[in-house]
Design a protein around this ligand. Structure first.
Ligand SMILES: [Zn+2]
Length: 430
């Protein structure tokens, strides 16, 4: 069974302002963690089959098993057909699939390897873990990754449900099941990780955490701990989601989610209890629907892309919005987009063309250094598009207000700290 694959690929790397062609050797390995073994796999298979044959309700299966959306009729393959797939089959299909997918994704993305600076070698490690234990479907492992190494964790349950089961019953590879999107999203985190975009916010969170835990002052707003992580996530999760939707035809504009986002950040900044703040972050800011970092960050990237498209007049005819029950409208003409946001709760919009998408990713990767730059660029893009402030997800003035409120409160509690510590904390909250 093949669990490793090596190949070399050429890419362009920036060498002190000059583009340089380099060849990089890549080795991808798929590793099976003991925590997702034969027993866990078989239990998952039983659950899947029960769900798809109506013996069990989707909501009664544990965690991820229930979350996996099938938009195709897998049931008719499952009923009355072959015996269940075994664990060896699971390992074979999972490795084969992920090796193939990784090569494709690395070759498609112009940034993952160049941002693994100065390395002529890149090791990609994909660990199949127990997602139920870790409470995740897939993630980029920041701690295990380095410029020459990218570590991704994927839930065995996710692989079973989205790759192994459809492959077994359908008899052919189908990328859309696992959603190349999930992998693309996690791979993209390598770029922002190597750009050190997480570091400062995580450091701030750690420092603040130590300080607030030591003081345990009553009334101190612990939500502040997570506010900066949420803001950093808006950019990093947003761009990862945006990158994974290059080929999506239409996107969903939910005006309510967008308008609520700043309000949610404000609430987070003022929560007193730490556990409550953490829960708030998970419930409201870390899911793919609602006013979440994922959705709103992605839409901020998309609006930046739309503004780039608007500058090139030839797209005016091609990008349309679809207000429910009405004729489609040209999104980039006049104030159409802003008007549609004023008069509809939600509507679809055509994605930007692939070449504009690539241009947008290049801008976000090369010119935007952190979420502050991101907010500014988003706001100026909205102005180009004729979007008014109350339809913006987050503008600079609102960001300043949230920050002001958070810092004002923090300053009351920091009075008795020595000057050095005050300076350290203040610089993190700038
Ligand atoms: Zn992510």
């Amino acid at each position: 069974m093949q669990t490793q694959k090596s190949f070399s690929m050429s890419c362009v790397r920036d060498n002190a302002g000059k583009p340089e062609n380099i060849n990089v050797n890549v080795e991808v390995s798929v590793l099976f963690h003991v925590e997702y073994g034969k027993r866990e796999f078989e239990a998952d298979m039983d659950n899947f089959i029960k769900v798809h044959t109506g013996q069990m309700k989707s909501k009664d299966t544990p965690g991820e098993t229930a979350k996996i959306p099938y938009n195709r009729d897998i049931t008719k393959w499952v009923i009355g057909s072959k015996p269940k797939p075994d664990f060896n089959y699971f390992k074979k299909i999972t490795s084969e699939f992920l090796l193939r997918m990784s090569e494709q994704l690395l070759k498609e993305d112009p940034y993952i390897i160049p941002y693994s600076e100065y390395c002529k070698e890149l090791a990609v490690e994909i660990n199949i873990v127990n997602g139920l234990l870790r409470d995740c479907a897939a993630q980029h492992d920041n701690e295990g990754s380095s410029p020459g190494k990218m570590v991704i964790e994927i839930s065995g349950t996710l692989c079973s449900g989205r790759m192994v089961l459809p492959q077994y019953y359908l008899g052919k590879f189908d990328y859309s099941f696992l959603g190349l999107q999930i992998m693309k999203h996690e791979f993209r985190h390598q770029v922002e990780d190597m750009r050190k975009l997480y570091e400062r916010e995580y450091r701030a969170e750690d420092k603040l955490e130590k300080w607030t835990d030591a003081k345990e002052k009553k009334g101190f707003r612990k939500g502040l701990l997570f506010l900066y992580t949420a803001l950093a996530d808006t950019f990093t999760e947003g761009i990862a989601n945006f990158c994974s939707r290059e080929y999506t035809q239409k996107l969903f504009i939910n005006v309510g989610w967008m308008r609520d986002y700043a309000e949610e950040l404000f609430k987070l900044a003022t929560i007193e209890d730490k556990a409550e703040a953490r829960e708030f972050l998970i419930q409201w800011l870390n899911v793919e629907k609602g006013p979440s970092t994922y959705y709103c960050g992605q839409m901020m990237c998309f609006f930046i892309g739309l503004a780039i498209a608007k500058k090139e007049k030839r797209y005016e005819q091609t990008i349309k919005i679809y207000p429910p029950g009405k004729e489609p409208l040209m999104a980039l003409a006049g104030t159409n987009l802003n008007d549609a946001m004023n008069s509809n709760k939600a509507f679809n919009i055509d994605n930007i063309p692939v070449e504009i998408h690539k241009e947008t990713v290049a801008l976000l990767t090369e010119k935007i250094r952190d979420y502050r730059d991101f907010i500014k660029k988003y706001e100026s893009s909205c102005k180009t598009l004729g979007i008014k402030e109350d339809n913006m997800i987050l503008d600079w003035r609102t960001f300043q207000n949230i920050k002001k409120e958070a810092i004002k409160h923090y300053q009351e509690f920091v009075k008795d700290r020595d000057d050095k510590e005050k300076i350290i904390l203040a610089s993190m909250l700038r």
